[in-house]
Design a protein around this ligand. Structure first.
Ligand code: SF4
Length: 344
C-alpha cells in the first residue's frame, strides 16, 4: 500500500539574529491510512516543527523548508499557498496542544466548529451546518451536543475542550490527523479517554494519524510506529512493538526510564535524562546526544566527531543512529534497565 503521507529528507531552518536554527535536519518517514505514527522527543527536538511543515504552516518569510512532503500522492513543498491550504482543510487537520489558546473565548464552541466546516463547504445551508456540527460534537463524546453548541469554551471542562478541538479537526472528515501533544494538559483518566477516542475515530474512518508527544507511554498506548527525534534528527525509528521492547538508542532508553506507565508503577522514582537538549543554533559536533550520553567515551572518539547515520537495527524497518555496535547496545541497555530498577 502506498503511504498516505510520505516525508523525505525534510529540513526546516530559521534565520535568527543569533544564527541559523536547524529545527529539522533531514527527517524521513511514511504513514499509511489506518496507522498511527508517534513522533517522540523532548521540547526542541524538532517534532512540532515537523508537524507544522506537513501542514504548510511555517511562515515562508521566516522559515526555509526543503525536502519532499507527499500527501495522497501530491507534493506539498514549494506549492502555492492557496493549493496547500485547500488540501490542508479537506485532507489534513490538526489537533493542537492547548485548546484554550486555539478556541476563541468570545464565541460559542458550536459556532467555531461550524466555521471550520463552512470554510470547505461554503454553499452549505444553516440547518445543514448546524446538524453536521451537533453530530460531530456527539461523535467525540460531548454530551447533550444541542445544548453544548451554544456554550462558550470557559463553560467546558479541560477534557471537553479537548474533545471540542477534536470535533473541529474531524468536522471535515480528514484523511490525515496531526495531533500535537493532545493529552499533555489532561489528567490520566481523561487522557486515556481522548486516546481511546482517537483510536475509535481511526478505526471508523481509516484515518492516518501523526501523534506528536514527549511521552513514550502515550505512544505505547496508541501508535503503530514510532520516530524518536533528538536535536532535529531521527535517532531511532521502527514499529512500536519493536522499539519499546528492544530499544537501541541510549536516548530512547532515557525516555523509557522516565515513563511510569511502561513500568507499571506510577509512583516509581523515575530517572530523567541528565542535562538538557542542545541549542539548535549550536548543535554539538558528531552525535548531538554525546554530551548527555554515558557511552560517548566508548567509540574511540567517533561520538564526538562523526554524525551517526540511521542504520538497520536487526528487524525490518527498525533503524538506529548510534556508533555503538549491536552487541554493545544490547549489553548496555540490559545494564541500564538493571540500574533503573535498582534506583526504584
Ligand atoms: Fe551515545 Fe555515541 Fe551512540 Fe550518540 S553515537 S548515542 S553519543 S554512544
Amino acid at each position: 500500500m502506498d503511504p498516505y503521507l510520505l516525508v523525505e529528507d525534510l529540513r526546516v531552518s530559521f534565520a535568527t539574529a543569533g544564527g541559523t536554527v536547524r529545527a529539522v535536519d533531514g527527517v524521513s518517514f511514511a504513514v499509511e491510512r489506518g496507522r498511527t505514527l508517534g513522533v517522540v522527543g523532548e521540547s526542541g527536538s524538532g517534532k512540532s516543527a515537523t508537524a507544522l511543515a506537513i501542514l504548510g504552516l511555517h511562515d515562508p518569510r521566516r522559515a526555509t523548508v526543503t525536502g519532499e512532503i507527499t500527501v495522497a500522492g501530491r507534493r506539498l513543498v514549494g506549492r502555492p499557498e492557496a493549493e496547500v491550504r485547500r488540501l490542508r482543510g479537506r485532507n489534513l487537520a490538526m489537533i493542537f496542544q492547548d485548546p484554550l489558546s486555539a478556541l476563541h473565548p468570545y464565541y460559542p464552541v458550536g459556532r467555531q466548529v461550524a466555521e471550520a466546516y463552512r470554510v470547505h463547504h461554503p454553499r452549505a445551508g444553516r440547518a445543514e451546518v448546524r446538524g453536521r456540527v451537533v453530530e460531530t460534537l456527539g461523535r467525540v463524546g460531548i454530551p447533550e451536543p444541542e445544548r453544548r453548541y451554544g456554550q462558550y469554551p470557559h463553560e467546558y471542562s479541560g477534557g471537553m475542550r479537548q474533545r471540542a478541538m477534536i470535533a473541529m479537526a474531524l468536522v471535515n472528515d480528514p484523511d490525515l490527523l496531526i495531533a500535537d501533544e493532545p493529552t499533555t494538559a489532561l489528567d490520566v483518566t481523561v487522557q486515556a479517554q481522548i486516546l481511546d477516542l482517537l483510536a475509535d475515530v481511526q478505526a471508523e474512518f481509516h484515518t492516518a494519524i501523526v501523534l506528536i508527544t514527549h511521552d513514550l507511554g502515550v505512544v505505547g498506548q496508541i501508535a503503530d510506529d514510532v520516530l524518536v527525534m533528538y536535536a532535529g534528527r531521527a535517532v531511532e525509528q521502527g514499529s512500536v512493538e519493536r522499539v519499546l521492547r528492544r530499544p537501541q538508542h541510549p536516548y530512547t532508553w532515557g525516555l523509557l526510564s522516565s515513563v511510569p506507565s511502561l513500568h507499571g508503577d506510577a509512583d516509581a522514582d523515575l530517572t530523567p535524562i541528565p542535562g538538557h537538549p542542545p541549542s539548535l543554533i549550536d548543535v554539538p559536533a558528531g552525535c548531538a546526544f554525546h554530551p548527555r550520553c554515558r557511552y560517548a567515551g566508548q567509540t574511540g572518539g567517533r561520538c564526538h566527531a562523526e554524525l551517526p547515520e540511521l542504520r538497520p537495527a536487526g528487524a525490518a524497518g527498525h533503524r538506529v543512529a548510534c556508533h555503538l555496535c549491536a552487541e554493545d547496545r544490547t549489553r548496555h541497555h540490559a545494564a541500564d534497565v538493571t540500574r533503573a530498577e535498582a534506583a526504584r
